[in-house]
Design a protein around this ligand. Structure first.
Ligand SMILES: [Zn+2]
Length: 455
């Protein structure tokens, strides 16, 4: 058996693009489309754990879930890497218009927000159409609650989000101008009353004021009222911080058959926000990458290099990228390439690879293999490949990005609607197929993305 493998390996070395590899990759792709693993992993995580903010008791259960799941699927070197992570937690929350037209508002606190006094903060509001309007005003909002009602545009990529999300970080700017609380229209393309949370930013150069997101229609409602005259709002937030809490990066490997110390690092983030069950953000990324690696592990021979799946433990509130960098700095030269799946469960449409990747003989079959999935291989290198790979990317590790269609993603993201009901099984598996093809070709090659390819 061993002798036969050596013969195959030599044959592959002597031919630029090993035909057997492309055939195996195509078989993996086709098998992935009907494979139940990703769905089963995601169903298990959302059902058995549900919401799991980093540092919460649920995140600890998610760690144990991840370890058990990877072992059950046959991964080895399964372990958790702990790091300290102070954990912000939500308490009771409410908001209401007290005058002139009393009614309840749909609201959710932003991660990191200080609480209000127990009876809340009541003040007149100032509604601003754009976040830039806040920045343009120097110190004009003493004693007011600022409401930023800037809509987000719907885009296939993350451009709409990148443009809109700055408004979620505006509490400090409002505080510098004398505001007593900050309300932002949810960073969302949806139109339901479910508000969307996410981290706020609270600088050391301003008083810390309570900050929350309004349901999209609630932000519009306040704008309509404010057009008629003064409006008073009461906001109550009872957030708190658990000191001395921990988070974990959980990982497991499919060990390479020829060069096990050369590692391809992939994964998604295991932590989630709390209103939903973290299905699309980012149970899907965990499920897709785990299922792709698991499919490859089922081949008669493992690829030459090791594939490591990481379930990063604190993406939403930061920390897992730095912790992973600190723990794996020395290993960085041996990490072939990294990628993270963190844009939901809808279909992938473009693959971005390190510069020159398509001139590598081993990767030439990629375009043809991904075309039936509707995925184009871009000539652009990725600008961004996921928050959890940023640390090692900064340390020189090459990255790739498999871009997913985000048209629908921000209707759901960080809201109570982030549940399994939003996941389309066929699109989830289309992602698994793409990851499996790419991983297999890279893992069974000797491609070194750090050297320049031949012209
Ligand atoms: Zn995410």
């Amino acid at each position: 058996m061993r002798r036969l493998l050596i013969v195959v390996a030599v044959a592959c070395l002597s031919v630029p693009a090993c035909a057997g590899d492309a055939r195996t990759a195509a078989a993996l792709r086709d098998r992935a489309l009907g494979d139940p693993t990703a769905w089963n992993v995601l169903e298990s995580l959302t059902t058995e754990i549900g919401p799991r903010p980093a540092g919460s008791p649920a995140a600890q259960r998610a760690r144990d879930w991840g370890l058990a799941k990877l072992r059950a699927l046959g991964f080895i070197n399964v372990h958790a890497e702990a790091f300290p992570h102070p954990s912000w937690a939500r308490g009771d929350e409410s908001a209401e218009v007290t005058a002139p037209f009393p009614q309840k508002l749909s609201v959710i606190g932003l991660g990191g927000s200080v609480p209000t006094p127990p009876n809340g903060i009541e003040a007149n509001i100032v509604v601003l159409k754009k976040y830039a309007d806040l920045l343009a005003h120097p110190g004009a909002f003493k004693g007011k609650i600022i409401v930023v009602d800037q809509p987000m545009s719907r885009t296939k990529d993350i451009a709409g989000y990148a443009e809109a999300v700055v408004a979620r970080y505006g509490a400090s700017e409002a505080a510098k101008r004398g505001a007593v609380a900050y309300l932002v229209r949810s960073i969302s393309t949806g139109d339901t009353r479910e508000p969307h949370t996410g981290s706020g930013k609270f600088g050391a150069d301003a008083p810390r004021i309570p900050a929350a997101a309004l349901g999209v229609p609630d932000a519009d409602l306040l704008a309509h009222m404010a057009a008629r005259g003064p409006v008073r709002v009461r906001l109550k937030l009872a957030s708190f911080v658990r000191p001395n809490s921990m988070a974990w990066n959980v990982s497991g490997e499919i060990v390479g058959s020829a060069k096990p110390s050369e590692v391809i690092v992939i994964g998604g983030h295991l932590d989630s926000w709390d209103p939903g069950t973290g299905a699309i953000d980012d149970g899907a990324g965990v499920a897709i990458t785990t299922a792709a690696a698991h499919l490859i592990a089922g081949l008669p021979r493992h690829p030459r290099r090791t594939i490591r799946v990481v379930m990063w433990g604190s993406e939403e509130t930061g920390g897992s990228s730095d912790a992973y960098l600190a723990a794996h700095k020395n290993e960085a030269p041996k990490i072939v390439v990294m990628g993270e799946s963190d844009l939901g469960s809808d279909r992938a449409y473009a693959l971005e690879l390190p510069p020159g990747a398509l001139r590598r003989p081993a990767l030439r079959p990629l375009s043809k293999l991904l075309a039936p999935l509707g995925i184009a291989v871009s000539r652009q290198a990725p600008k961004e490949a996921g928050s959890d790979v940023e640390g090692l990317q900064g340390a020189g590790v090459p990255v790739f990005a498999l871009n997913q269609d985000a048209t629908r993603y921000f209707d759901i993201h960080h809201s109570a609607d982030d549940t399994l009901a939003e996941v389309d099984r066929a699109q989830l598996n289309q992602n698994v197929a793409a990851w499996a093809v790419l991983l297999y070709l890279v893992a069974d090659s000797d491609v070194n993305f750090r050297t320049k390819p031949a012209k």
